[in-house]
Design a protein around this ligand. Sequence first.
Ligand code: ADP
Ligand code: MG
Length: 628
Amino acid sequence: MTTEKGSISIHTENIFPIIKKFLYSDNEIFLRELVSNAVDAVQKIKRLAALGQYNGELGEPLVAVSLDAPAKTITISDNGLGMTAEEIKKYINQVAFSGASEFVEKFKDAKDANEIIGKFGLGFYSAFMVADLVEIQTLSYQEGAEAAKWTCDGSTSFEISAGDRTTRGTSIILHINAESEEFLSEHKLQEILDKYAKFLPVPIQFGTKTTEEEDGVDEEGKTKYKSVTAPNIINTTHPIWAKAPADLSDQDYLDFYKQLYPFAEDPLFWIHLNVDYPFNLTGVLYFPKVKDDFDMQRNKIKLFSRQVFITDEVKDIVPEFLMLLHGVIDSPDIPLNVSRSFLQADSNVKKINSYITKKVADKLGELYQKDRKSYEEKWSNIGLFVKYGMISEEKFYDKAKDFALLTNTKGEHFTFEEYKEKVKDSQTDKNGNIVYLYTTDPDKQDGFIQSAEKKGYDVLIMNTPIDGHFVGSLEHKLEKTQLKRVDASVTNQLIEKDEVLESVLSEEQSATVKSIFEKAIVKPNFSVEVVGLSPDDAPVTVTMDEFMRRMKDMAKMGGGMSFYGNMPDSYKVAINGNHKLVGKILASANEEEQSKFAKQAVDLALLSQGMLTGAELTAFVSRSVELI
Ligand code: ADP
Ligand code: MG
């Protein structure tokens, strides 16, 4: 073969400085690109053999990555199909993009290397992000092929000449540049391979060597290297998502989970995804054990394309509410190398999104049907996903409404339908609305809960971070149903009935009581009301209006209700006209005493609800001491 020199067909004078400069942050992906090319080459020769187009020895498929730190080289070699000199010219020299001007136009806005490399077919050229000289040694599988060598120093000129390879396949030798010497570390390369190559479908071998000659040259006249770290296979070529569910045991799924997340607790259950039409997707999604730490576990799903790790940012591909799931998704149909905005608009991505939503809903429905008891036991974990999903996706709500559970203060679980049946007789108000009562804090609201239960009402527990929104969405979805926190008003008024509340006080006495309390309360945002409750009910109850409280809660969570967030808290103070204490206050000797008792009664109410703090609490304590 004669040596040929030429120019890579890019019209821009020198594209490599551009690639290097703009892709610098992501430069570790050079290894992903070169190793995947090697894997592709091995798979191609296997396919050719299967098709009868290659009849030679196939050998054990292998991709070997080796580091020679003293020589400052990294070599990626494979026993794939190899290339002829003509093929090098075709596939390597004619960089696959329409024109440098387009590239230069586009790279300005590119956010990461992925974007450019994919869009312009620059996989191989990512080598120049870390190398100032790249050498290809290759021998094609084709009969009579001659070994070829290609070198390029990062300028646009290359050289092709006769190569050294005596066996089929390709070696890419990277002469690592001065700025990229971090990659000349065994540890670093191992880390990158663990990230990208752990599940590649062809065995990947990794080892390091020194240039130190052990005993000179071998029979073929090539330098012998002394191994520092013996090469070993670093990947699993048949990860579970690439297998059929029927061939897998529960233990296989659990083992794989441990492999992915060594420090996590066992998952609750998993879903094996497997579609080939209208898009291709496989994967295993795990429901982890999570409770309240809402944001901590995000971005745990790993995205692969034909077993090459791509990213663990699956936003846009996995529905938002399933971002808390763990596991892997593998799809060659997800456009991986394009910008986020394009991804959102991509129709495959949309289909994948709704497929995953449906699969998850079906799985949950199946678990509920199959074993309700164990489903209920898992509900405190699953509930988070289900509620989140119901709030954010209409389609998911429609499926989940049959297996979503409501839990009451007694720890009993009900489906929506069951719960409606349970409470509709006792908790329908005079306008025909069913009122669901709930507590956000069973300890703090205990007094209200007890009082509601005494009246025969049931109280649901809504104490997770998502429940505030869930309550809102239930009210929106369920017909003629209202949700009220159990302390939204005095128990008698929670569910408005036709019966009138009788007070033993005369109208005049009521007015007097009201004014005593109004004077006693110094805070600005209290309104006082005298009502006739049972003598056993609390003498004073402080409540915050349901609507107002919800708006404030949402403002706190950043729900855009800042108008409400900025408003001072305002409370209703209900005085139980039928309570002994009120009679006693009315009968007190003088105004000072009346006021003291009133203050004390209000503070007691606040105290029982955990609302008495700071200076007011201090004043209450000293007043109490004085009264004793
Ligand atoms: P892509 O992999 O997307 O085609 P690349 O720039 O990574 O783009 O590679 C360009 C082409 O060079 C490949 O399509 C393939 O034909 C050829 N090639 C690269 N690496 C190898 C290899 N190790 N063995 C055989 N052919 C290779
Ligand atoms: Mg490639």
